[in-house]
Design a protein around this ligand. Structure first.
Ligand code: XIL
Length: 334
């Protein structure tokens, strides 16, 4: 049985994966991505980011690659997660090179949100509206000041983005805030709680209240073997958000080895399996945890290799698209 089927049987909505057009020519990879029993939720790894949508000239938006992935998911009866509207990275070059005023950047951001959200409409199970707005320094609940949006617009860019998404989005699409280390740092998790209040208390430029909606928190969970929080700690972080009437999901899960040379030994491999079981168990234990999505399922294509040289091996399938011990561990808890 596939992971998604098992997840459904456990009363959840989805077990999903990131994928993208650049993997389309790998047949073994495609066979797994397109198996709706294995993955019931698909998210484009890069294609839907602002810098990919507006790669060439300002105003020339190209949805082709995302549309390919969305159509494939639809054909397979899989949910589709839209990722990501407002994030400080992978921006179009004109966005990072223009010297913006508050007015010009708000206008451009609003247009980007409205155009993109309208294009995808009801295809999105959810939207990652804002990602990584919080500071990455450990034990901090403050906002990241390195983001262009924060530098020009201040904290208000966050509720502003949720407001314009709320106006444009299909009422059935869930609007998410997505970040990393929420599961590792209580103060960062508190920062996300503060963001929820900021959104809910927002008054629009035209004086409207209660129009900015947030429905969920995505915990990226790019984790490392032996540094995964305990089950009680994970469940209490999830409950921090579900107590605010939000749904939660593990949105970009991978649990990598912190060193690949020498290759991980039996103990480390077993620890990875246990760590996966802990994360899956946390979602199962919390009613408002609707699903789990891995950020790629094969060690061959995992982003971790590039982002953290020397680390990796954190997926459920090996480089040859064969399921690993971590896969069987996940299947076992489900
Ligand atoms: C990563 C992609 O996997 C890489 O291919 C790309 O080079 C950089 O971005 N948090 C996110 C994802 O929200 O969009 C990031 O994806 C990984 C971290």
């Amino acid at each position: 049985e596939g992971l998604h089927s098992l997840m459904l049987a456990a009363g959840k909505l989805f077990f999903g994966t990131a994928t993208d057009v650049r993997y389309l020519d790998n047949k073994a990879h495609q066979a797994i991505v397109q198996n709706p029993n294995e993955f019931g939720m698909i998210v484009p790894e890069n294609s839907q980011k602002w810098g990919e949508l507006e790669k060439e000239d300002k105003g020339k938006v190209d949805f082709t690659n995302t549309d390919i992935i969305a159509a494939q998911a639809k054909g397979n009866g899989q949910l589709f997660r839209c990722h990501v509207l407002v994030w400080g990275a992978q921006l179009p070059s004109y966005v990072t090179s223009t010297s913006w005023t508050e007015k010009t950047l708000s206008d451009v951001l609003q247009a980007h949100i409205t155009t993109t959200v309208t294009h995808f409409g009801s295809q999105c199970y959810s939207w990652d509206v804002v990602s990584e707005a919080l500071s990455s320094s450990p034990d901090s609940n403050t906002l990241s000041t390195t983001s262009l949006f924060h530098q020009v617009l201040g904290a208000s860019y966050i509720p502003f983005s949720f407001y314009w998404t709320s106006l444009a989005a299909d009422p059935s699409s869930k609007l998410y805030y997505n970040d990393f280390n929420l599961e590792l740092s209580p103060s960062k998790a508190q920062g996300a709680v503060d963001i929820v209040h900021l959104i809910r208390n927002y008054t629009s430029p035209t004086g409207e209240k209660n129009k900015a909606r947030i429905d969920g928190i995505g915990l990226q969970s790019h984790l490392f073997v032996s540094s995964v929080p305990s089950l009680p700690s994970l469940t209490s972080t999830l409950e921090l958000f579900t107590n605010l009437s939000l749904e939660v999901s593990f949105s970009e899960l991978d649990i990598s080895h912190s060193s690949l040379s020498p290759s991980p030994n039996a103990t480390q491999i077993e620890q990875q399996e246990k760590d996966y079981m802990t994360v899956i168990s946390a979602c199962l234990a919390v009613k408002g945890c609707v699903g789990i999505t891995v950020w790629g399922f094969s060690d061959k294509y995992s982003w971790v290799k590039d982002a953290f040289p020397g680390k990796g091996g954190g997926c459920l399938y090996d480089e040859n698209m064969k399921n690993k011990g971590s896969w069987f561990a996940v299947a076992e808890v489900l």
